[in-house]
Ligand binder design. Structure first.
Ligand SMILES: Nc1nc2c([nH]c(=O)n2[C@H]2C[C@H](O)[C@@H](COP(=O)(O)OP(=O)(O)OP(=O)(O)O)O2)c(=O)[nH]1
Ligand SMILES: [Mg+2]
Length: 133
């Protein structure tokens, strides 16, 4: 059987202190308890930017603006394949709250290595540490 292929909009939300927002996934479901960058599945007819704006409103209750694409990563997990469309973003309205995740944190790029992320994220984290440290 063919593996499913998920297309995911992913937000690297950066604040004035050059910190990045990460969230911990819920203790149930796919990749339970792992840390991630907020985002989710791109729906039919959406651009990755549309998806990110919608998902971030749902997950964190804030309005973001996408500044530029940072990476596009395709990764094969055992059960499915993902393509992550990763954008640098900033909050233009509101204070983020953990509406659909276990917790959220603002961290410096070098601190990202201390958290457990899905394996597709290693490339994003290396690139962030190289470009923002
Ligand atoms: N949001 C986000 N998802 C990531 C990252 N890295 C990574 O591999 N993913 C994967 C995990 C999930 O399979 C998918 C995100 O989809 P999601 O959170 O909307 O939904 P899900 O797959 O958990 O839920 P389901 O509807 O398939 O049951 O992308 C990341 O940094 N951020
Ligand atoms: Mg999500």
């Amino acid at each position: 059987m063919n593996k499913s292929h998920k297309h995911i909009g992913v937000a690297i939300i950066i604040n004035d202190k050059k910190e990045i927002l990460i969230d911990r996934r819920l203790p149930t479901g796919v990749m339970a308890n792992l840390w991630e960058f907020p985002g989710g599945k791109i729906e039919r007819g959406e651009t990755p930017e549309d998806c990110i704006i919608r998902e971030i409103k749902e997950e964190l209750g804030v309005v973001v603006r996408c500044d530029r694409i940072f990476a596009e990563i395709t990764h094969d997990y055992e059960q499915f394949t993902v393509t992550l469309y990763v954008y640098l973003c900033h909050i233009c309205q509101g204070k983020p709250q953990p509406l659909e995740c276990a917790e959220i944190l603002w961290v410096k790029p070098h601190e990202l290595s201390q958290f457990e992320f899905p394996s597709a994220n290693q490339e994003i984290i290396s690139k962030l540490q190289k470009e923002f440290s």
